[in-house]
Design a protein around this ligand. Structure first.
Ligand SMILES: Nc1ncnc2c1ncn2[C@@H]1O[C@H](COP(=O)(O)OP(=O)(O)O)[C@@H](O)[C@H]1O
Ligand SMILES: [Mg+2]
Length: 291
């Protein structure tokens, strides 16, 4: 199966950061798991760029290869072909695996706060344990970021004393204290109920508007993608490559009210149409495989 458009480079137009800090270039990336054995091609010849400071949301069917792509950027596994660059430097290629680093902080689906540490200690943990800050500096930085993000009141609470939505916010603060170039989030709000999710999304938008980090955000929730992103990259079914890219030209700062705007509804139709077409294609391919 070949698709000429897959080798085309997509680039966003809605850059929010002033410099080239945090620009990610994904070029012709292929990832094959266990090539000598089960040989699962998760990502195939996938190319797109994320501008510095851009909020890029990646959507696609379950199992299409989104997490595989994020893990390659984070340095959790290798790629089989192509390369990924950060600010022009090769992060990973067929011969080089990215090293995990504080310049790319990951917020996982299931969260990872230490239950035995207060919120403040959780937030200051990374930079102090990695020796990038003294414990005194890390504490001051953690207090700063909690204040900046409106979380000061829960600094002394333990994770099991705050709501799941609050825990997600603390995890975002814990990532941002490292002043990363890029924030990589893999369906961070997946398990939240609709109301909590809406509030957590608004929190992330406020953090983004303040910090202007490059964001790589995975979700299968199309409304979430539109609400948060400056661009939405719609992936094909596995193996993952770019199906369509949509620039989300909704005004910022955004609040939940944007969801009832005319432009939001237009974009929603565009995203849903693209995803629906892709789902039909996958369904037909499945029928052919069974025939
Ligand atoms: N370690 C692995 N070995 C073999 N196949 C894997 C491995 N990890 C993921 N896969 C497969 O690669 C495909 C893409 O997985 P993933 O990137 O997790 O998808 P997504 O995040 O889009 O749901 C899936 O079919 C999955 O089963
Ligand atoms: Mg995934």
């Amino acid at each position: 199966m070949t698709d000429k458009s897959s080798t085309k480079k997509f680039a966003g137009t809605n850059s929010a950061a002033p410099s080239g800090d945090g620009r990610i270039e994904i070029s012709n990336v292929t990832k094959i798991y266990d090539p000598g054995g089960v040989n699962v091609c998760a990502v195939s010849d996938c190319s797109f760029d994320i501008e510095a400071g851009e909020f890029c949301v990646v959507v696609g069917p379950s199992g299409c290869g989104k997490t595989t792509l994020l893990n390659a950027i984070a340095g959790f596994h290798s790629i089989s072909d192509g390369e990924i660059r950060l600010d022009g430097d090769v992060l990973c290629s067929a011969t080089k695996m990215a090293e995990p680093g504080a310049d790319r902080m990951v917020v996982f689906q299931n969260g990872a706060l230490f239950p035995w540490c207060t919120v403040l200690k959780n937030v200051m943990y990374g930079p102090s344990v990695q020796g990038r800050m003294t414990s005194h500096q890390a504490r001051a930085a953690a207090l700063d970021i909690l204040r900046e993000l409106g979380l000061s009141e829960i600094g002394d609470a333990y994770p099991n004393e705050i709501s799941s939505g609050m825990r997600r916010r603390v995890e975002i603060a814990r990532a941002l204290i490292n002043d990363p170039k890029a924030l990589l989030l893999d369906e961070p709000f997946r398990a939240l109920d609709a109301l909590t999710k809406g509030v957590a999304q608004e929190f992330l938008l406020q953090a983004y508007d303040r910090m202007k980090k490059t964001v790589f955000f995975i979700t299968h929730d199309l409304e979430e993608a539109l609400f948060l992103g400056t661009k939405v990259v719609i992936m094909t079914t596995r193996p993952c490559r770019v199906r369509k890219m949509i620039t989300v030209d909704l005004p910022r700062p955004r609040t939940y009210k944007v969801r009832s705007s005319k432009r939001y509804l237009e974009l929603k139709r565009e995203v849903f149409d693209a995803v629906h077409e892709e789902a039909l294609k996958a369904f037909k391919a499945g029928e052919r495989e069974l025939a």
